[in-house]
Structure formats: C-alpha cells, structure tokens
Design a protein around this ligand. Structure first.
Ligand code: GLV
Ligand code: MG
Length: 312
C-alpha cells in the first residue's frame, strides 16, 4: 500500500497510452484525480517493450502534482508482466504510486506481483511496500474469486470493474463496452457492480468503475456514471479529457448534500450529548447513529472534492 495514494480521491481515472509521448505530456494538465499510463490494451503488441522506457521517462520528466500516478502492466497470461514491473518500477523512482494489474483471476496472481514488487523495490532503493496495487476484475473467473483477490495483499488500494473484457469473457452479445444495453430490462451489470463493491469495501479498498466507450456523448456518460455513484463507487475511468469534467462532478457530493451532512452531524450530537437521545427528528426525517455514519461519508468525500461548509 502506498501511504501517499491509498486515500486520495479517484473520481476520474484517466487512461493514457504508454506508447504516446504526446498524450503522456498532456496528461498532467488534465484535471483527473488519477492517471494511469497504459502498457496493456491501449498499446500495440509490437510497441509494448519500447513503451516501458517512454513511461519511465514520462513519470520522471513531468510534474504530476498531487495526482495518483499508476502504470497498468500486462496480465500474467502474457510474456510481459514481470518485465514490465522490473523495468518500470525499477527505474521510475518514488513518484510512481501504484501498478495496475489487469484481468486478475486469483489471489495467487496478486501475491505473485506483490512478491516481485518487494524485490524490485529493494533493488531500486524504494521503501518496501512503497508501490500500491490496483486490480481489475474483468473475467468470469476473476468475479468468482473477487473476495479472495481483494484480501490478497496489503498493497491493494482499489478494485476496478473492466466492462469491455468482462462482456467478452461472458460472451455477452455486445460490441461496445461499458454502456447500457437497451434490449435488457434493467442493468445487465447490477450483480457484478454490487459483488465487486462488497468485496472491495469489506477490505477497505476504493472501488472504481471502468470505461464508457461512447466518448463523445457526455450526457450518456453522466447518466450511466450515476448508477455506480448511487451504489457507492468512488470513481470511474475517463478515456478523454471531456469525460474527466463530467466524472469529477458526478462523483462529488453537491454543496447541498455536503451542508446537510454537517447539519445532521450537529443535530445528532446535540441530541445524544445534550438531550441523551439516540434518535431524534431532523426536519421531517428521523435520524440516528446510522444517519451519522452516512453523513460522515458525504463529509469525507466532499472534503476530498474541496467542498467547504456554507456559513450559516
Ligand atoms: C477495461 O480494461 C475493460 O476491459 O473494460
Ligand atoms: Mg480490460
């Protein structure tokens, strides 16, 4: 677990191809909470090995501010994973916060990456445990094992749903990843979203939704992102800077919610400490200890998004 990045916001997680110096050069100026430089599916096989050095150069050469900075390596079924980790983590220096492991199918795959990271950290002079991990759940086997996967290493910071690969793994008859299927009466991913969310939360992880492929339709993105936001997700991937703006908004509490959360905290404290009551009326609703817990979540998310309570 990277002590710097574990609790930083990840409302918008921008994917940037590790083969493109130009796009990696623009990424620090885009207001995404998190950026991941991709060595996996956004990079052509023949470019993969050459991209490792480009990614290292981008990490060392640009000013990344307080963004969470991650590199997505290739999955364990390829010939690249270990060498991606050795070359990138071994040379990137301390500014790299995490690696993202795609298509994770078992706890053993997380443990393997964890052990390799320890050796690479020691050789590179980084503190052991400096590099955090994000895991993508995007196959049927990964979803079946998600509970063990989320508990497999103290380095884990987030679990991410990968809708495009997941649809392929399930043989869903769709050709566009991560969007609503109009012919399905309901949300075809509802079970998947909930299962991943529970496994992540049970292990103290942030939980992130993957890409939305209609990159030019921001209204449709806003509508679709509201689903995982409502369930409790922390953020979602962005494939384009325009998506970042929408996601930062969707995954931040409104000012009204933020102020109401503070009012609940105050009213509940007055009731418990002043009047010795555990449940009281707050306007037209009844509040109790569970209301206080819900309000605290809004406050911490609001503060992470830079909200300040409106003065009375
Ligand atoms: C992301 O990696 C996806 O497959 O949706
Ligand atoms: Mg994928």
């Amino acid at each position: 677990m990277s002590p710097r990045s574990k609790d930083l916001p990840r409302r918008s997680c921008l994917s940037v191809p590790g083969s493109s110096e130009k796009m990696m050069g623009k990424a620090p100026g885009i207001p995404a909470d998190m950026v991941f430089l991709d060595l996996e599916d956004a990079v052509a096989p023949r470019e993969k090995e050459a991209s490792r050095a480009k990614v290292v150069e981008a990490i060392r050469g640009h000013e990344w501010g307080d963004k969470v900075l991650c590199v997505r390596v290739n999955d364990w079924s390829t010939k690249w994973t270990a060498f991606d980790i050795v070359e990138v983590v071994g040379n990137a220096g301390p500014r790299l916060d995490e690696i993202m492991l795609p298509k994770v199918e078992s706890a053993a795959q997380v443990v393997a990456a964890d052990m390799l990271l320890r050796q690479v950290e020691v050789r590179a002079g980084l503190p052991v445990g400096h590099i955090g991990m994000e895991v993508q759940i995007e196959t049927a086997r990964g979803l079946i094992n998600v509970e063990e996967i989320c508990a497999a290493s103290p380095r884990l910071e987030t679990v991410i749903f990968g809708p495009a690969d997941f649809a392929a793994s399930m043989e869903m008859p769709v050709l566009t990843g991560g969007v609503q299927i109009p012919s399905y009466p309901g949300d075809h991913f509802h079970y998947v979203f909930s299962k991943i969310l529970m496994a992540g939360r049970a292990n103290g992880l942030q939980v992130i939704d993957g890409p939305f492929l209609y990159v030019r339709d921001q209204d449709a993105l806003r509508d679709y992102a509201a689903r995982t936001r409502t369930l409790g997700y922390d953020g979602k991937w962005a494939l384009h800077p325009d998506q970042v703006t929408v996601l930062n908004d969707v995954f931040s509490p409104t000012q009204e919610q933020f102020d109401k959360a503070w009012d609940i905290i105050d009213a509940y404290r007055d009731a418990t400490e002043g009047e010795g009551k555990g449940a009281v009326m707050f306007g037209t609703e009844m509040i109790d200890e569970a209301s206080r817990k819900m309000a605290l979540k809004f406050i911490s998310r609001g503060e992470r998004a830079g909200r300040v309570r409106t003065p009375k």
